[in-house]
Design a protein around this ligand. Structure first.
Ligand SMILES: Nc1nc2c(ncn2[C@@H]2O[C@H](COP(=O)(O)OP(=O)(O)OP(=O)(O)O)[C@@H](O)[C@H]2O)c(=O)[nH]1
Length: 464
């Protein structure tokens, strides 16, 4: 599809979504007053920020059309519809300017301080809508300027805090499916993973049974547990559920606070208070994401060779040990290869250490290209590499080793100044009909075969 076609499709989608959200908001409003829950602006801001490129005029026009059509459909008249649409768009535009200034990690709420920045953004966006409310409220609803600001500000703040985190952390569907299809632990999903969610539901129910002003905060510990256990997106969904449920349960009398919440000030204070409560679990979830990403990076750095990006010695040994004790591999054949680039010292001496590094990287890439997805390749040190071939019969192991040997000999290694150097590799192979020996012993046997390959003139495969 052309760029213009994609833009048009996106703009159309935005228009339809904003129309639907506006109709929903209008239907939840008591007659003659402004909607108390208005999801359209938070949804629009989320949609615009999640795009890869800044929104164009078509996106803004489509959103404006969505607001206008919904308002006209509800018989608001042209003047009122234009004023309301302008107020909505102003808040979203300010929110977009502020949110676009944050880096990607903060936009995705994946940094310990993200929620603080998020709060500043939504306060800014809500204040912009509030300023518009100062002018619009007396004209449309006959209320005061101050009430216009306060009402618009609070309504916007509540919906931004409740909805926007869900929009910002919504996983990319294609990437999510790819990750979860690959995940080895997917079938081991257990019932106890539901415990934090059950505690959350239980605490909501307990609140309805015990009542009183403190009942609002009963779900906080369960939400913190959810934040420590689930993804950021799931936590955002749970906090949205909490805000919606609490406000609806109070309005319908299911949750009895025991204090009168009937003045406009008290209602606004309650709505803002409930939504602000959700910031604590969201902050914990953001800290968890940052911590988990850091742990992943550290784990990768500790188990991989920084030059070739294949496993380092300890990473290889650990993964090999794990593989060799996997129940379904226990009765299957296994093979290991020990590989050593021939006369590598000469490469360093003749072309320099940097050229030697390039040869190591190229070699690792060639070897990796000759292996299957389940095989392990590691750099044990210097110019010495090892491969573990689970489920591989001796003849196949020899063929794979020969394939690597031939591929290396064929490949011209770029060693600078446009020069291509033909390197060779010697490989020792050790195989077992079924897993019986520890990885260290298998590597020693393959190493002995490698030594014989070097002795026999290099650039060859030798079986142990
Ligand atoms: N460029 C570069 N060289 C390295 C690295 N690690 C080890 N070396 C070099 O690798 C060379 C290994 O040389 P030797 O063990 O003597 O073996 P060789 O020259 O390959 O000879 P044979 O193995 O007998 O064919 C040494 O010169 C090390 O300095 C590295 O990370 N980068």
């Amino acid at each position: 599809m052309t760029i213009a076609g994609t833009m048009l499709k996106e703009a159309l989608l935005i228009g339809v979504v904003i129309y639907a959200c506006s109709i929903f908001g209008i239907y939840t409003a008591p007659p003659g007053v402004l909607a108390a829950f208005w999801p359209a602006n938070a949804v629009l801001l989320g949609l615009l920020v999640r795009r890869d490129h800044p929104p164009g005029l078509a996106h803004w026009l489509a959103a404006a059309a969505g607001y206008m059509l919904a308002s006209l459909y509800m018989d608001h008249g042209w003047a009122k519809s234009v004023m309301l649409a302008c107020t909505n768009m102003l808040g979203v535009a300010v929110g977009h300017i502020l949110l676009a200034r944050l880096d990607e990690a903060h936009q995705g709420l994946r940094h310990p301080r993200s929620m603080m920045r998020f709060l500043l953004v939504v306060v800014g966006a809500s204040a912009a809508a509030g300023v518009s409310g100062i002018f619009v409220n007396p004209v449309l609803f006959g209320g005061s300027h101050a009430y216009g600001f306060a009402f618009w500000f609070c309504t916007e703040l509540v919906s931004y805090i409740a909805i926007l985190p869900v929009m910002l952390t919504l996983p990319d569907a294609r990437r999510w499916l790819k990750d979860h299809r690959r995940r080895a632990d997917w079938p081991q999903w257990r019932l106890e993973y539901l415990a934090p969610l059950a505690a959350f539901a239980g605490s909501l129910w307990l609140g309805t049974q015990l009542g009183g002003p403190g009942a609002i905060a009963y779900p906080v510990p369960a939400m913190l547990w959810c934040a420590l256990s689930y993804s950021l997106f799931a936590t955002a969904g749970i906090t949205l559920l909490f805000s919606m449920w609490t406000l609806l349960a109070i309005a319908s009398g299911t949750l009895v606070l025991g204090a009168s919440v009937d003045s406009p000030q008290a209602i606004m204070s309650l709505r803002v208070g409930v939504t602000l409560t959700a910031l604590a679990p969201l902050t914990v979830a953001s800290v968890m994401v940052a911590r988990n990403e850091l742990l992943e990076r550290l784990k990768y750095a500790a188990s991989h060779d920084h030059l070739t990006q294949v496993l380092n010695r300890s990473g290889f040994m650990l993964r090999a040990d794990g593989l060799l004790t996997t129940p379904h591999l226990l009765r299957r054949p296994v093979a290991v290869l020990m590989m050593d680039i021939d006369h590598f010292k000469k490469v360093n001496d003749s072309y320099g250490h940097a050229a030697g590094d390039v040869v190591l990287k190229e070699f690792a890439a060639i070897a990796q290209g000759c292996l299957r997805a389940g095989d392990l390749l590691g750099r044990l040190g210097g110019e010495e590499f090892a491969v573990l071939l689970p489920g591989c019969v001796p003849e196949d192991a020899r063929l794979i080793a020969q394939r690597i040997c031939d591929a290396v000999a064929r490949h011209g290694m770029p060693v600078g100044d446009g020069q291509l150097l033909n390197c060779t590799v010697s490989i020792g192979v050790y195989s077992e009909p079924q897993v019986a020996t520890p990885i260290e012993t298998m590597l020693s046997a393959a190493d002995a075969a490698l030594y014989r390959a070097k002795e026999a003139g290099r650039n060859r495969v030798m079986l142990s």
